[in-house]
Design a protein around this ligand. Structure first.
Ligand code: N01
Length: 544
């Protein structure tokens, strides 16, 4: 079979893939985006569970690279719902006329670097072979769903759904007994909606989490106009803030305030909503005292809201707040005051298996008609490890990363032995600690510039140097180890997936600092990279 040929193949048609396609096409390259779904949207195509919303203020949850595009769109809600975000991404695809270069219903199964031709040979599940000089992953960090390997899943006689692979048709919970496994962002958003219909709703909870208030509301015409008028400020936040988003902050440690002032500040955050529990006192991630002030505030709020003291106690989280992804919700704690909503702690009573009529725990069986797995994702590395990706000399990514236990990248963007391969929001970049569109724009812009450099210098390949990769890994580890993050087992550390424990693979220094580092690497003629030039052999940039 004759291979199709493109300059670049991009995997995934979510935020990352759409913008990457647009940039490379503007550069005059031929690009093919390969997408498994039958529409654009990435994770927002699949996560159709009830209550699914973003938790960044929606005015920041969009592209800012084009003022014209930004100003053509108006968000309806403070936090955009999944249907609205999907609508937005379809709008982007239409405005930029992207669809003709996207191949839907196709999954990349294998990609291997061809030493002689200096190209990537990409194989799909539709048995196509595509060759491209550049291969770019736009698969994101949270797209491969985690369904824990419970025994007996196929025996269950009722309905079963995963929040990250929700059916397109509305699921009717009316009069049904529903079990939800998991109370991360997805479970917390879905449960209050499911509780409105279900006869009984039981949360099977492994770890209680901190849930702040979202305070969603419709945006008024004035608020929409203001967002549009503030384009420059919004874009500025993408560049100059650690999270790529403007958040409320006092700019000081909680320890600099009296107990009354701390409470006043946190009352304000609770009343106004958003993820600001994590930003009100910027040392929350490094100072145990500050951390405990905010954590205790949430525990007190739980006691205030939840009427049954035993239930409130069960819901008390005890890890350092923000070391697992902070969650915001609507009516989450209030929901437990309803007679038909129950909570079962899995702490001393773990799930043993799924049975025909429900979930068998060590001490009891919870009978139900529907099981909702809100059990999250094989975060950070899952999607990349699913593809048989082979770099130089046939080295696979599974080998390089020791099946996810020893992740190693340069800047979270590239890897030694994998020339001309780029990751958008890959591990060891700021990714999930930021407003995702901000991180995506920065990565796509950098990759686009880098490809421009390779092309304009007549180079065949660009590849991370081993020493640059080692130094980057150390920088990421040192930064993470100066915070409280590694002290908690979480999906940040891969601890949610059996056997994937791997340390903390996110750059915690903030998107603003990270951007400066990436820009500096580019300004220094791609410091830390090696290039190959046709007929002239290998050219090394500095940092050798
Ligand atoms: O997944 P999660 P999620 N037995 O991994 C539990 C983004 N997101 O889909 O904490 C029993 O956070 C697990 O328990 P534990 C956002 O970045 C954003 O909710 O590991 N329970 C946990 O309670 C978010 O952080 C939005 O002990 C098991 C839950 O399942 C990320 O996606 C909306 C289990 C999984 O929580 C993931 O969120 C939704 C087992 N074997 C998602 N395995 C926005 O608002 C797992 N659990 C933008």
């Amino acid at each position: 079979m004759r291979a199709k040929q493109y300059d670049a193949v991009v995997i995934g048609a979510g935020f990352s893939g759409l913008y990457m396609l647009h940039k490379l096409r503007e550069r005059g390259l031929s690009v093919r985006v390969i997408e498994a779904a039958d529409g654009v949207g990435g994770v927002w195509y699949w996560s159709r569970y009830p209550g699914a919303k973003c938790d960044s203020d929606s005015i920041f949850y969009n592209f800012t690279f084009s003022e014209e595009l930004y100003k053509k769109w108006r968000w309806k809600d403070r936090y955009a719902s999944q249907p609205e975000i999907l609508e937005y991404l379809n709008f982007v695809a239409d405005e930029l006329e992207l669809r003709s270069d996207i191949q839907f219903k196709t999954r990349v199964t294998e990609a291997s670097f061809q030493e002689e031709e200096k190209t990537w040979k990409i194989t799909t599940d539709t048995n196509e072979i595509i060759e491209a000089k550049y291969l770019i992953s736009g698969m994101g960090c949270l797209s491969t769903t985690n369904i824990p390997p419970f025994e007996g899943v196929s025996l269950f006689q009722g309905e079963q759904y995963h929040t990250g692979r929700w059916p397109h048709e509305q699921v009717d919970f009316t009069g049904k007994r529903v079990v939800v496994i998991g109370n991360g962002s997805s479970g917390v958003q879905a449960m209050p909606e499911i509780a409105k219909e279900a006869k009984e709703l039981t949360l099977l909870m492994r770890t209680p989490h901190y849930v702040g208030e979202a305070r969603n509301h419709l945006l008024s015409k004035e608020q929409q106009d203001e967002a549009i008028a503030n384009y420059k400020e919004i874009r500025d936040a993408f560049f100059t803030t650690p999270g790529g988003i403007r958040m409320f902050t006092t700019g000081k440690s909680a320890t600099e305030f009296s107990a009354e002032q701390q409470k006043e500040t946190l009352d304000y955050v609770w009343k106004t909503g958003a993820l600001a529990l994590g930003s009100a006192f910027p040392d929350i991630g490094v100072n145990k005292e500050t951390n405990n002030v905010v954590a205790q505030y949430v525990r007190d709020k739980i006691d205030e809201i939840v009427e049954q003291p035993e239930t409130a106690e069960q819901l008390h989280p005890d890890y350092y707040i923000t070391t697992k992804r902070l969650i915001i919700g609507t009516n989450f704690y209030e929901m437990f005051n309803e007679d038909h909503v129950h909570i079962v702690s899995l702490k001393d009573n773990p799930i043993e298996r799924i049975v025909e009529n429900g979930v068998k725990l060590r001490n009891e069986t919870i009978e139900c008609d529907v099981i909702v797995y809100a059990t999250g994702y094989e975060a950070m590395t899952g999607s990349l490890l699913k593809i048989n990706l082979q770099g130089r000399n046939g080295q696979t990514i599974q080998e390089k990363w020791e099946k996810g236990r020893n992740v190693s990248t340069y800047l979270g963007l590239t890897m030694e032995n994998f020339p001309n391969f780029f990751m958008i929001t890959g591990p060891q970049s700021p990714s999930v600690l930021t407003n995702m569109p901000s991180a995506i724009e920065q990565h796509v812009d950098w990759i686009d510039q880098c490809i421009g450099y390779v092309e304009s210098n007549g180079l065949q390949t660009i590849e991370a140097q081993q020493n640059a990769e080692i130094a980057w890994g150390k920088q990421c580890d040192d930064l993470a180890n100066s915070t409280l993050f590694p002290q908690t087992n979480s999906w940040y550390t891969g601890a949610n997936i059996d056997g994937t424990q791997r340390g903390f693979v996110i750059y915690v220094g903030g998107l603003d600092s990270y951007r400066k580092i990436c820009d500096q690497v580019a300004e220094r003629q791609y410091e830390g990279f090696t290039f190959e030039k046709a007929f002239q052999g290998i050219v090394k940039s500095s940092m050798q």
